[in-house]
Structure formats: C-alpha cells, structure tokens
Design a protein around this ligand. Structure first.
Ligand SMILES: [Fe+2]
Length: 576
C-alpha cells in the first residue's frame, strides 16, 4: 500500500468505519476498528474468549464485484465443545499477504449451532481486487488466505482463468489434483462441481491406507455429515486450494447420498435409515456450514445462482440434484425418459435459467452443473465396441447404464427446453461445465445428437466440457482404451474422451475464445509425485467466439504469472 492510501484508511477508521461490512452468515456485525489495532485482541472481556485451534484451514467463495464469503472453523481446545456456547471471532482483511495493510476488521461469533463454523459475507470491497484475510480468536490466529472480487459487471474484462474440479473421494486416494490446482500460478477462482465429500462407510468406496472415512459408517445424521466434512477439511491439499483461491461450488449427489433426487436416493433406505427429508436436511445444513457458499435470502438449500465476471462471463450454477429432480428411470428403454412432466430441476429454476440465458449480454454464457448434458447413444456405442474387438461388453454396458439414466439423457424434455431456448433465440457462446462421472469429455451439443447426418450440416448449439475426478475411479483399465474409441466412433459429437485418469480442467477465457486444458496428475497414490502433472497426457480443446465447434490441440495458454507475483502473490503455504 502506498503512503497516500494508508493515510486514507487511517482517516476512515478514525472517523467512521465504512470500508467493510458483513451481512448474513454467522451472526456477524460490522464493528468499527482501526487499521492500527492489534487484530489478535478481541474486544470485551478476554477471559470469556475460549482457547481454540484452527484445524480446518480457511476458505473463501462466491465472489461478486463488491463482496466475498470468508470461512473458517474454530475448534475449542480447553473445554468440551458442547459446553462452549459462543466464540467471538475477528476477521481481518488486508491488501497484502503479511497483513500489514488492513482495510478492515469484522467481529462475528460462532457456536455449536453451526458446528463452530464461521462464515462472513464481507461487503464494501473494490471490484476486481485481490485481498488477504485472517481469522483470530483471542491470541489464536488462522493461516492467511487469499481471495478476490470479480470485475464490475458493467466493465469489460479481458480474461478469466479458472480450474474445474469434481469428485474428490478422500478414501480413494491422495488429493494430488488439489495440490496441483493450489500451485497454479494464476487462477481467478475454482469451480467445484460436486461430490466434494462422499457418504460411504469404510471400504464401501475406496480403501486407501490411512484414509478411512470418519465417522466409521455411512453418514446419515447431522453429526455424521459434520464429522465427514471436518475430516475432508483436515486434508492439507484441500486446505491449500481454499487458502489460495475463492471457490464457487455446487453439490452433486454424494454430499447427500448416491444418485439423490428431490424425494430420495439410490443409497437411501427409508426402512433402515430413517426419513429422506431428515437426511437431506442434515446434508444441506452441514454443506452450508462447511462450504464458503452464500445463503440466498432465508432460503437455506438454494445453490442455483448466477455470477458475473465483468462483461466477459455470465455463469449460471445449477442444482440438478436436490431441488426439483424426479426419480431416475431404470433403463434407456423406459419411455419415462421422454415424459415432458418429468423434471431434472424445478420449473422455477428452469425458467430462471432460460430467462437468464435469453437476457444475458455477456460475451460468454457458462453453466456449471452436475451431470452430462450431451446425448450419449448407448446402443450404438456398444455396437462400436464389438466392432473394435471388445468380446464381452457386459462390464462396459454396466458402466454406461449406471451413469446414463442419471444424466440429462434421462430427462430429455428439460434438455429440449434449454436447447430450444438456445436455438430459438440464436444464443451463442454457451459453454457447459460438468462433473459427476470421473472421466473427461469435450462434447459438441446439437439439437439432435442422434442425427449424424444433420450434425455434419448444422452448427452445434453449445459446447460441454466434463471434468475428470480428483480421485474417484473412472472406467476399469482393461476396457478404458476400447471404450474411448467406441464412444467417439458411435458419438461423433464427442470430440475428446478420456475414461480413466484423475485431473482437472484449466479454463482460460478471453473475448476471442474459451479454452479448456485437461491436465492429469501422475499419481494419486504416490507421496513422491504429489501434485505432479503428466505433461504427455495434457489435452487442449476449446471453442472460438461465434462457434461451438470444438477445436483441438492449440498451444496451452500462458498464466499471468508476473502480474500475480507482483500484485497478489500466493499466500505462503504452511502445509506440506
Ligand atoms: Fe462422483
């Protein structure tokens, strides 16, 4: 901070405190405070401040042009947590990573009613600006986190750069992908498309040594979901991602239970596990406590929301899981797939989305959502696999079926609704980002992907990039190669398919193009190569502005590394 600006901050603090306020979240209140005060001392009777540890890192999320959510969790250490009713917490926001140039402080509190999580929506921030933040309780301080606000929605933005991740099963392997993401030189934010946690008990889905799930059974009740979130948040690699970048997240199924929908889940048995509505409410509550996501009004449980990155991107985040989804049909032959009364989201959410797409004037319309949008023709794919020499297609068929009816292929009417909006109103530059299936896909989305002849003559309506998993398994090694070839042979709109490797997508957006760079880690089992990328596997795809035809194999984008190093350097890692 230059001298002149320091003087302005002091001046503000000495009179009235207007730089920062907090709203929503966890009982926050704005509290005048000077930039010179000791951020480690909480005002009031310090004897009332319990000793705490910050065992779960810090996080930020849902950046807008003037605000961002800041998050941490405090762990009372000198008393049983249930005997502590309230913990006063102070948040300091600064422009530098050494916290020498504070722009404001906020007093808030937390307690057992929110599992000692702290969530503050800090407002009054400058657009397109990086900040650093730190929580304190008495003399205990958290690590410093780094975050940013988005550019002003009325201003052009030249470039955005973000990582897309999903499916981070702690029990399945090491968070090598998270380490690689945290070490990226230059990202504006992280898009987490769900399966941030998994609900299973030990050995049910992953048995990596030393990473058995806690509690040691399938999570069903509120205390279970809280404990599982807490376990994930003790992973240093996940902490590192949150510490460096703001996250925009949505849940998929495993934050509640496998293949969940509005009124139930494949992995929920009301006879033995109680009512779905209670379990769903517990999962939602724990998610909103433990993730840096904004609560919209009084409507706890709404994760569908919109972000604007200057005039460059309108980003629509969807809930195709818990909000309005009807139960999945059991097979592609079930005519219910085409039933125009069946929904993957509520009519309210659908009309919000289609109206938002119609009204958007940004260069790019982006959709972050859970399950694959593009049509996958299973019958043709199995035929192609046989043609390519796969003698026994039963394992392949099982894989395809297990994912297919949970996707938009199982909710054809809702997909049609979106496609008709794009086609009918000539809406271009639409890019969909998807998670869920632990595999990588770059798809051109057509009005009718089954019509191969039409697709050679007409232009695609959108592009879809499906991100690989952080750890969860893709297709078995022995069938992945032939399966990739068969999918592409039978589904020519699928331009890139990789079915077995963990990694993430690095997305680089300019006015001219959106480029998706699929990056894969060398290993999720070796501590020696944690975070190491396998450069031979990197795949570059993208779309140019004005066309949704996917291009391949251009040069990788360059990070704005010098700008980052000079103006908002990464926070120093205290983790290995
Ligand atoms: Fe998953």
């Amino acid at each position: 901070m230059d001298r002149q600006r320091r003087a302005v901050v002091k001046g503000l603090a000495a009179t009235s405190f207007t730089a920062l306020t907090a709203c929503g979240g966890s009982g926050s209140n704005s509290s005048p405070s000077t930039g010179d005060s000791d951020p480690g001392v909480v005002s009031g009777d310090s004897a009332m401040v319990p000793r705490v540890a910050f065992n779960h890192g810090v996080a930020s999320g849902d950046p807008l042009s003037d605000r961002v959510i800041l998050w941490t969790r405090v762990t009372p250490t000198d008393a049983l947590p249930r005997t502590v009713e309230s913990v006063p917490v102070q948040v300091t926001v600064a422009r530098d990573r050494d916290m020498r140039e504070p722009v404001g402080q906020i007093n808030t509190s937390t307690g057992p009613d929110r599992d000692f999580c702290v969530k503050v929506d800090v407002t009054g921030l400058r657009p397109d600006t990086w900040y650093y933040y730190q929580f304190s309780v008495g003399s205990a301080k958290s690590v410093v986190g780094r975050t940013r606000t988005f550019p002003d929605t009325r201003m052009p933005a030249e470039r955005a750069r973000f990582a897309v991740v999903s499916c981070s099963n702690h029990a399945y392997g090491l968070f090598s992908v998270y380490k690689a993401v945290s070490e990226q030189a230059d990202l504006d934010f992280i898009l987490h498309l769900g399966d941030y946690i998994y609900e299973y008990g030990p050995g049910e889905y992953g048995d990596f040594p030393g990473r058995d799930p806690l509690p040691a059974h399938e999570i069903i009740e509120l205390s279970d979901y809280r404990q599982r979130h807490a376990q994930y948040k003790t992973d240093a690699k996940l902490q590192a991602v949150h510490q460096q970048f703001p996250m925009i997240c949505i849940w998929d199924d495993h934050e509640s239970a496998n293949d969940s929908y509005r009124d139930g889940a494949e992995n929920h048995d009301e006879a033995t596990e109680g009512g779905w509505s209670e379990r769903r409410a517990a999962a939602v509550q724990a998610y909103f406590e433990w993730l840096p996501i904004r609560e919209i009004g009084t409507e706890r449980g709404r994760v569908w929301r919109k972000f604007q990155f200057g005039k460059l991107i309108d980003l629509f985040m969807l809930d195709t899981r818990l909000e309005g989804r009807d139960m999945q049909v059991s097979s592609p032959a079930d005519p219910g797939r085409f039933d125009d009364q069946r929904r993957i989201m509520s009519e309210e959410q659908m009309s919000w989305l289609t109206r938002g797409l119609s009204d958007s004037t940004a260069t790019w319309r982006m959709i972050g959502q859970q399950v694959m949008f593009a049509e996958l023709n299973i019958v043709r794919t199995l035929d192609a696999a046989r043609t390519l020499g796969m003698e026994d297609t039963s394992a392949f068929n099982g894989q395809l079926l297990s994912l297919n009816m949970d996707q938009w292929d199982g909710y054809v009417a809702d997909r049609e609704n979106i496609l008709q909006t794009l086609a009918g109103e000539s809406i271009g530059n639409t890019v969909i980002f998807t998670g869920d299936i632990h595999t990588s896909w770059a798809n051109e989305v057509y009005a009718d992907s089954g019509n191969l002849l039409e697709n050679s003559l007409t232009a695609p309506l959108a592009a879809e990039f499906v991100t690989p998993s952080v750890t969860s398994p893709g297709f078995p090694e022995e069938i992945a190669g032939v399966a990739e070839a068969a999918v592409q042979l039978a589904n020519p709109h699928m331009k890139y398919v990789e079915l077995k490797s963990p990694g993430f997508i690095l997305v680089d957006v300019t006015m001219a193009r959106t480029q998706a760079e699929f990056l894969y880690v060398q290993s999720i089992s070796s501590v020696d190569s944690l975070g190491a990328i396998n450069p031979e596997m990197t795949k570059v795809v993208g779309v140019d502005s004005g066309s949704s035809r996917i291009y391949e194999d251009r040069a990788r984008s360059e990070p704005r590394a010098v700008r980052t190093a000079l103006f908002h350097p990464p926070v120093r890692q205290v983790v290995s």
